[in-house]
Design a protein around this ligand. Structure first.
Ligand SMILES: Cc1cc2nc3c(=O)[nH]c(=O)nc-3n(C[C@H](O)[C@H](O)[C@H](O)COP(=O)(O)OP(=O)(O)OC[C@H]3O[C@@H](n4cnc5c(N)ncnc54)[C@H](O)[C@@H]3O)c2cc1C
Length: 143
């Protein structure tokens, strides 16, 4: 029997697209697919999404529909944008080998420091990462 393994989907790391509330169950952490697609770091987002779910329930006065709406709203504003950026960066990082190698060769030390800060929760992915990568790529190629 042959198995085909595809690495084209960020190692399977991405948040689920079929909703985060199932009846009266609020999905958090791995159950929701909240591990970071670039680093595969999942512990802090598991804790964070648990906190968001708790806050959504507490602020709903125990109304399920309100709690579900609150949770989706919190996720949309506080967690999903970071995961989407992570997914885009993972695609660049894992699928664009030349670009990755060039950037790491030139900015490896800085990249490792930035990733450490992200792991420690001290910073998030830059919003303008496309502009920044383009600039650094051009500089790396031209110099
Ligand atoms: C090999 C490996 C290395 C990793 N390294 C890191 C790392 O260095 N840093 C990092 O941040 N992340 C790491 N991760 C990811 C991280 O472990 C997960 O993202 C994180 O543990 C998810 O937390 P969670 O609470 O959502 O799920 P889990 O930690 O999986 O907890 C779910 C719990 O629910 C229990 N359970 C399941 N079904 C039921 C049931 N029906 N009834 C009762 N209980 C049930 C399970 O036994 C489990 O204890 C790693 C993952 C793997 C597999």
């Amino acid at each position: 029997m042959k198995f085909k393994i595809s690495l084209r989907t960020n190692w399977g790391l991405n948040y689920r697209r079929d909703g985060f509330v199932k009846q009266n169950i609020f999905l958090i952490g791995d159950a929701a697919g909240f591990a970071d697609p670039l680093t595969a770091e999942g512990i802090s987002n598991s804790i964070y999404s648990g906190i968001l779910a708790a806050e959504a329930i507490v602020s709903s006065e125990m109304n399920l529909r309100t709690a579900a709406n609150n949770y989706n709203q919190f996720l949309n504003s506080k967690l999903l944008p970071k995961l989407s950026t992570g997914a885009q960066l993972a695609q660049l990082f894992y699928e664009q080998k030349k670009l990755r190698n060039l950037i790491l060769k030139r900015y490896g030390q800085r990249a490792a420091e930035i990733m450490t800060d992200i792991f420690m929760g001290e910073r998030s992915y830059p919003k303008d990462y496309k502009k920044s990568i383009k600039k650094r790529f051009k500089k790396a190629v031209l110099s």
